[in-house]
Design a binder for this molecule. Sequence first.
Ligand code: ARG
Length: 574
Amino acid sequence: MTLLQLLSSRFEAALAAAGAPDAQALVQPAGKPEFGDYQVNGVMAAAKRLKMNPRELAQKVVDSVDVAGVIDKMEIAGPGFINLHLSTAWLGAHVERAHADAKLGVPQQAPKKVMVEYSSPNVAKEMHVGHLRSTIIGDALARVQAFLGHDVQRANHVGDWGTQFGMLTAYLLEVRSTEHTDAAIALNDLEAFYRKAKQHFDEDPAFATRAREYVVKLQSGDPEVLALWRQFVDISLSHCEAVYRKLNVQLGRGDVRGESAYNDDLPVVVADLRQQGLLTEDQGAQVVFLDEFKNKEGEPLACIIQKSDGGYLYATTDLSAVRYRHTQLGLDRVMYVVDARQALHFQQIFTIARKAGYAPADMQLEHIAFGTMMGEDNKPFKTRSGGTVKLIELLEEAEERAYQLVTDKNPALADAARRDIASAVGIGAVKYADLSKHRTSDYVFSWDSMLAFEGNTAPYLQYAYTRIRSIFGKGAMFDPQAAVVLTEPAERALALQLAQFGDSVYTVARDAVPHLLCLYLYQLATQFMRFYEACPVLKSEGAVQQSRLKLCDLTAKTLAAGLDMLGIKVLEAM
Ligand code: ARG
């Protein structure tokens, strides 16, 4: 159990014994030091239901609750709050336990099959900043789930199908035969390739006709056109992989299952929906009417499953994918990390999937929505000339800027070392800036604030980690068996912060909110700095020094584990 779970369960047992069996204890960290460490907020509501005086109920709870060894002191405050003061000895013992534990005191959860679907670019084009957010957030969420012991599957649901591939494959063939360039070179700049193909399509009627024929050939499985398409997708995916590598993101070829993988199943889905009586014909198209959603006129919203010309849609593929994820993969939870602008799409898909039985009630389907990345002008992030920003170039710029910073700070360091630090710091800064904002809000991309060594940034945390590690290089012999004895207030505050790691990770995993993990790590680093100023480590001696070294070591390990869950590297020196 985490600390909060432990406290909640003990107080709920006491509430039950006092006559309120279903009451929630609502234990929360106390907002102010005078309220103790935690506060029980649920007594008032329970008393109201029992028609009891809340302070009397609180007294009953305090008298009977079993928290021996965990809590030293309780006070009833105001209308019936209970302020809790944790036992300092318990906190010290927690630090010892966490230090000896590979998961740093974070209890493992009962393993579930969790899929995190993220990145999912459209391969006809270059990855853009919208996919950057999905990639960074999704990867962090997958790592958090894995840390808690879940069986995590990563899914890259790339957009690799659609009529534009007729034009693109026809153009690829043409470029190969007229310019004798190989495909990898022709597709080096996907954006330019797409533009040229489109221009050709608009200007040359013969080519446009061929492109349309290619769509038909592709859909009917013509081997030659399929081979071209495969080559196109392959090269495009290798561009994505270069971005993933640079970003230190754990997505590989094996995680790709594109929209095309569901092609053969689409007619099956349509037939099944029809058989279940869920389909209606509307102006020639096959639609599902959803009473749960109303259009502007107040009528039920129609979700199109098949167009009047027989073509399938984005929604059809997603329904097939949900069904696959249930029947073939047996997943318990699927997290779709996709731009907030697709919220309605996912609400519709989830609703239809439930109705059609493609996702049973106990399979969690969640749209993990995120806002738009803005430029410093508060408009959606673009290049100076208004074009889409190439991700790989953005990341190279991050490394370059970090390299300048590192060089200014540490000119004597060997160039290769400075490059390594620059990569960890630059990429870390980009990721952390994104992850530290509440994901549903838009956020402003600013080089200066993300690369600052002060404040809630990656460089600040990486630097804090390095500083702690450097303590260990300075001669003090650390005994990992040492006992932790907390005497100074700053030691106790740091131990309390360390004991809250589990609850922080649990909340982040449950609500898919990485910004709370960032906040936790920032507070941990801040508490550490306070401790380090107030409590000498290297100048102390004996048992006190050993106890403090253990606090230092657990802080460093916790920072490293937390940053690793965010996909950010730490450095032994910087
Ligand atoms: N390829 C889509 C896009 O770029 C995102 C896919 C999201 N996932 C899904 N299952 N629909 O907008």
